[in-house]
Design a protein around this ligand. Structure first.
Ligand SMILES: C[S@@+](CC[C@H](N)C(=O)[O-])C[C@H]1O[C@@H](n2cnc3c(N)ncnc32)[C@H](O)[C@@H]1O
Length: 343
């Protein structure tokens, strides 16, 4: 595929753009074809970033590129070049809060450890954590295949410069030796491949899906090989029922993640999750204690509820049951309000 063909395919439709990017990912991962693909795509990215805004790029190519600046432990800064498809989660306050929580640990917490990141989205947290803390391995896992394609491309773009030179090395290993991305329903990949872990980290959905037909629509899309961007994007915001006690409060996915982690964590392993406080601290603590885990809060902050997440389902639960969710009207102190009265 020539550069002109690649661009032409991306212009045609979101599906064709995804297919062209899958080929790009495979080329970037192949040591024999990597050099040529890196030179082409770094050059393309520079021009696109210079000339078009993210929404113009998305309209033109059905994907967009951005640069994300992150502070390093030593006070320096690293910049990640990130590609994203319309069906994937855009890094926002919720995910920056998660990353900030991770960086509040000393880097020894992750150094030389084997880690899985659940719901890695476009991969930036796994890539940034590897650069900052030098783990033995990070498996970035996501159920959305398009998120995994973005992650694989983002890994190569940030592991090598346009001349194919590694941008980061530790004990002779480049970033793509340390980080791997796989499509996986929670820890499915590690369980199937008998991978043992020291840390399971994640920022996964905790609001019940308001679409009663979601599972059937998703299945129809998977069978035809073409789930819509909108449907795939909903995987970022909403948790479907998992057959767990905590489903109704939106915590079924978290409950299943904790149970699956027990199968793959070594003795001194830890599960580190970012949890929305909405269902209340007591409910969250009970979820872990019931499954035999000790709970240690690392830090708390207030993050605005994402505007694209529909919380009406939580208000309906409050109408049917005595449960009250907890929202705060402002960033200061104050008494929480329930979902029915949350602004
Ligand atoms: C809120 S987004 C966070 C993405 C990324 N960690 C970030 O912060 O930018 C949640 C991610 O969880 C993924 N996800 C949802 N259900 C999942 C499941 N059962 N297994 C793995 N990933 C899942 C979604 O596809 C989405 O990428």
């Amino acid at each position: 595929m020539s550069e002109a063909q690649f661009i032409e395919r991306c212009r045609r439709s979101s599906q064709e753009s995804y297919e062209a990017l899958e080929e790009l990912a495979a080329n970037l991962e192949d040591p024999l074809r990597r050099g040529e693909s890196l030179a082409f795509f770094h050059g393309f990215a520079e021009k696109a970033l210079r000339e078009l805004t993210a929404s113009e790029q998305a309209r033109e190519y059905h994907f967009s590129l951005s640069k994300l600046a992150l502070r390093l432990e030593d006070g320096g800064e690293t910049r990640l070049l990130l590609l994203q498809l319309p069906s994937t989660f855009t890094p926002d306050k919720w995910s920056f809060t998660f990353f900030e929580g991770l960086t509040r640990y000393r880097s020894a917490e992750f150094q030389d450890q084997r880690i899985a990141e659940l719901g890695c989205g476009i991969g930036w947290i796994s890539i940034a954590l590897a650069k900052q803390t030098r783990p033995a391995k990070i498996y970035g896992l996501d159920i959305n295949p398009r998120a995994v394609t973005c992650s694989r491309i983002n890994l190569c773009l940030n592991a090598y410069d346009s001349g194919g030179r590694p941008t980061w090395q530790h004990e002779w290993k480049t970033l793509d030796h340390v980080v791997e991305f796989h499509q996986s329903d929670l820890l499915e990949h590690c369980r199937k491949n008998r991978v043992l872990l020291d840390r399971v980290i994640g920022c996964i959905p905790q609001v019940p899906n308001p679409d009663p037909d979601f599972a059937a629509r998703m299945l129809a899309g998977s069978v035809s090989g073409q789930a819509s961007d909108e449907l795939l994007h909903a995987l970022s915001n909403y948790a479907s029922a998992q057959g767990h006690l905590e489903d109704e409060l939106g915590l079924g996915l978290i409950a299943r993640a904790v149970e699956e982690a027990a199968d793959v964590l070594r003795g001194s392993g830890k599960v580190i999750l970012t949890l929305g406080g909405r269902p209340s601290t007591q409910v969250l603590e009970r979820l872990f204690l019931r499954r035999g885990l000790k709970v240690q809060p690392i830090w708390n902050t207030r993050v605005a509820q994402a505007k694209d997440t529909d919380i009406h389902g939580l208000a309906t639960i409050e109408e049917r049951t005595p449960h009250r969710f907890e929202f705060y009207a402002d960033h200061g102190g104050g008494v929480p309000v329930c979902a029915r009265t949350a602004p």
